[in-house]
Design a protein. Structure first.
Length: 350
């Protein structure tokens, strides 16, 4: 092999071994393989050689050139990895066991209203129940006196899962489980069933300022001997007056829900005008807030409770709607939008 090639090879290996960072290596690449690099220059010098010499020389230089390119690429990889490792090592140590600075966060307005309702109902002897978001058709409909093909199902455009279960469209879906859970205590020990169960519900709704496919409700039930509509009115009035921190009047209008009989729409006196009539209540003095009613005998039966002996009331408070009213949120999408700027301005009254 031509001496010039041998010498350049030695020099190249030397240079490569002495390179410790990516930018120096890039310099070496240019100085050997660039347009004016030493290997390229070798090829240019071939013109003075004989034809036979040219062939062998050309081949040797090309092999050297390829080897050099491969060696540079390998070294580049090695140096980059080393640089990343060094960078990681130089990072400040992150201790995940240090408690977070919670003063920076804030509760979502729906969480605030939910907790407030829970607190009020707990103080009146209700238990707060948690229930799954995925339920069976039986829980969400059949046990609530809504058989298959009942027109009431049309009101709740339901997300069904492939296994036949569904995303609950209403917190009422937990009623059956609650009755079954507490019925023995009611029947054997005379302890009334008093439970609320807040939860996320899902319906296939087109989204606009007032509708979302995901929203929160809070269901409440009370079952005992001699429970009447007056009990229902008392609990709702007490709860709402606490939530809004003022005396709230309520009225009941007839409403239809297959799982209550009679069923009602509960209206509250307008929060803005107090009942005088204003644009926000469309001059009626009332705002529609909470459907409710006396639990249907079939629903009690499905829960293992004898409707001849026990009666009860149920209500389905729209928590999302309540939060919007309490905090004057005009567009429901602001609640799910995740903008901290708008969501972090709400605080608990207490
Ligand atoms: N689950 C009903 C809905 O989402 C609301 C409802 C109505 C709940 C009447 C009740 C009730 O408990 O008694 O449309």
């Amino acid at each position: 092999m031509d001496e010039r090639i041998v010498n350049l090879k030695v020099q190249f290996d030397n240079d490569l071994n002495n390179t410790e960072n990516v930018s120096d290596l890039e310099g070496i690449r240019v100085s050997y393989l660039g347009k004016k690099g030493s290997i390229t220059e070798l090829l240019k010098g071939m013109k003075d050689l004989s034809n036979d010499e040219k062939k062998a020389f050309g081949q040797d230089v090309n092999i050297f050139k390829n080897e050099a390119a491969d060696k540079i690429a390998a070294k580049m990889q090695e140096l980059k990895e080393k640089e990343i490792e060094a960078e990681i090592k130089s990072m400040p140590y992150f201790d995940i066991s240090i408690p977070a600075d919670l003063s920076r966060g804030s509760y979502h307005p729906i969480t605030l209203v939910q907790r407030q309702c829970e607190k009020i109902f707990r103080s009146m002897g209700f238990t707060v129940e948690d229930y799954s978001e995925i339920v069976t058709d039986y829980e969400c409909f059949e046990s609530l006196n809504i058989p298959k093909h009942h027109p009431a199902r049309d009101m709740q455009d339901t997300y069904y899962l492939e296994n036949g279960q569904l995303l609950k469209t209403q917190t009422s879906a937990a009623q059956n489980a609650i009755y079954l859970k507490y019925k023995d205590r009611l029947i054997n020990e005379g302890v009334p069933i008093k439970a609320i169960f807040p939860g996320r519900c899902f319906r296939n709704e087109a989204t606009d300022a007032c509708h979302e496919n995901t929203f929160f409700q809070m269901e409440g039930v009370m079952v005992d001997k001699n429970i009447s509509i007056s009990n229902l009115i008392f609990f709702m009035k007490t709860m709402l007056s606490e939530v809004f921190q003022k005396d709230i009047n309520v009225r009941l209008r007839p409403g239809f829900f297959p799982f209550v009989e009679p069923g009602f729409e509960l209206d509250i006196s307008c929060l803005i005008c107090g009942g005088e009539g204003c644009p926000s209540c469309k001059h009626s003095g009332w705002l529609e807030l909470c459907p409710c009613g006396m639990i249907h005998p079939e629903v009690l039966k499905a829960g293992g409770i004898d409707p001849e002996e026990y009666t009860g009331f149920a209500f389905g408070l729209g928590l999302t709607r309540l939060a919007m009213m309490k905090y004057s949120v005009k567009d429901i999408r602001d609640l799910n939008g995740g903008s901290l700027k708008s969501l972090s301005q709400f605080t608990d009254d207490e």
